[in-house]
Design a binder for this molecule. Structure first.
Ligand code: BG6
Length: 475
């Protein structure tokens, strides 16, 4: 349990704060994982302490996945403070001081920068000027920089103010229970690791389509796009968990080193291996240029140039306004070299055997393979073994990804955070794509992206949409 913590939340009235951070911080308090919490919100918006508290209440009502009583809300609300950005460092300093009244010298101060990359450094300088750096920790949101040069510059300016041990670069996909379960699945069992390489695996798909539109976030997104928002961040981190060698210990240095080895081995992303798309209607949004070339969709092929993965393509896809919201990692195994089954048996007709991780909050894992249909002859069909967290008694103990990571940062645990070296390498392999991006192709909202995605993966096919649904838990 963290005893006393002050979270200074920059971008406090933004989308992330509303959807995740404020409900998440409240949940940590209610779960007894933070004993005494104060929150100082700050943003460019013209809020007062009172309107900020109303904003937080609306956020909790809309996005919290748990119920609260009026008394619980009242206790939380009085710990919310607000400093206007245009009040400058004096107002910030005074508000932090007011918020921390009654806390001991040992209390932890955590700065959470939920601000666009270009604003991050200004905030860091403000913290220095307000003398709020010493003994504190800082969480930086992604994307960390916008290319290699800006990431290097950001890291070096950051290090002028904060020591690396104080910095927590967050990627919330690493806090998802389902992502952590990949590590458990791979390294806690003797069954799967022996087949986890090029001799048995044909290819891997990391597919995160979203149905969300960008109406509220177009301003941020227009300067970011799907590659920077999702691929160089979340999808690559998930790829690292999927592809890394066994770490020697479950601690930050070993895990980081194995992830960085994967990043070092990824071949630079070639524009010819990328399909970029933009949903029809995006250009009409406020904050978007009428001739915008920002991609709201991206699919790409990449390769890891090491002994384990040589010749095994990784296909990554994500986008907004797509047909379904899913977050899956799909491992396609090689097919048997020959078949003794008669023609018409159905063998191989429903694709290869797959191991699928669903990274949804209610995590699932499925292993699909061919089995015999009962009855005469030899008809084969795809069947599956499935595991779902919802079928266990553990479901209620799941911490949302941000909650888990904020909790870890408060405790100084870097295991699930990204590092300067890893991020810089990811920007480095991205450079050919950033330098010459292929054209954005329009796609209809509600589709699976531009048609070119099929050529990208051929002769294989995209796993989504699933041919067979996940089994429902109450069957
Ligand atoms: C965020 C991106 O980091 O992740 C969003 O900025 C995206 O564009 C979101 O929608 C997806 O996260 P999750 O946890 O909802 O899958």
């Amino acid at each position: 349990m963290a005893e006393q913590t002050t979270v200074i939340l920059f971008g406090a009235t933004g989308d992330l704060s509303r959807r995740k951070l404020l409900p998440g911080l409240l949940h940590l308090v209610l779960a007894g994982l933070i004993q005494e919490l104060r929150i100082v919100g700050t943003s460019l918006e013209d809020y007062t302490e009172e309107t900020f508290r109303e904003f937080a209440l609306r956020a909790v009502k809309e996005f919290a996945t748990f119920e609260i009583t009026d008394e619980q809300w009242g206790n939380f609300a009085k710990r919310l403070y607000f400093a206007r950005s245009d009040g400058g460092i004096d107002e910030l300093k005074a508000t932090v001081k007011r918020a921390e009244e009654g806390l001991s010298d040992q209390s932890m101060r955590l700065h959470y920068l939920s601000v666009p990359p270009k604003a991050a450094l200004t905030v860091v300088k403000e913290l220095e000027a307000a003398d709020l750096v010493e003994g504190s920790r800082i969480i930086m949101e992604k994307p960390f920089g916008t290319d290699l040069a800006s990431a290097v510059a950001l890291n070096s300016s950051l290090h002028e103010v904060f020591d690396e041990s104080q910095i927590f670069r967050i990627d919330h996909f690493l806090g998802k229970e389902a992502a952590l379960n990949i590590l458990a699945f791979r390294f806690a069992n003797g069954l799967f690791e022996p087949i986890w390489h090029r001799h048995f695996i044909d290819h891997i798909q990391i597919d995160v389509p979203e149905t969300l539109a960008l109406d509220d976030r177009a301003g941020f997104y227009e300067a970011t796009g799907a590659y920077r928002d999702m691929v160089v961040t979340h999808l690559m981190q998930v790829l690292a968990f999927t592809a890394m060698e066994p770490p020697s210990a479950l601690e930050p240095a070993s895990i980081t080193e194995e992830k960085n080895k994967v990043f070092r081995s990824i071949k630079p992303i070639q524009p010819s291996d990328v399909v970029r798309g933009q949903y029809v209607g995006y250009r009409d949004l406020d904050g978007v240029a009428r001739d915008s070339e920002t991609e709201t969709f991206i699919a790409l092929r990449c390769e890891i140039d090491n002994w384990r993965w040589a010749g095994v393509p990784f296909f990554l896809r994500t986008g907004k306004q797509l047909a379904e919201g899913q977050r899956i990692i799909s491992i396609a195994f090689k097919e048997p070299p020959q078949s003794m089954f008669p023609e018409g048996s159905g063998v191989g007709q429903q694709g290869p055997d797959h191991l699928t991780f669903d990274l949804a909050d209610a995590a699932k894992v499925s292993l699909s393979f061919y089995g015999k249909r009962p009855g005469p002859g030899f008809r084969l069909d795809k069947v599956s073994m499935q595991f779902s967290v919802e079928e266990t008694g553990w479901a209620g103990s799941v911490l949302e990804a941000y909650e888990r990571l904020i909790y870890d940062a408060i405790h100084g645990d870097h295991t699930l955070f990204t590092t300067a070296e890893g991020l810089e390498r990811l920007w480095e392999i991205s450079q050919p794509l950033l330098d010459s991006p292929p054209p954005v192709r329009p796609y209809a909202p509600g589709s699976w992206g531009p048609n070119q995605i099929h050529q990208l993966i051929a002769p294989r096919t995209w796993r989504l949409p699933f041919e067979r649904r996940w089994r429902s838990t109450n069957r």
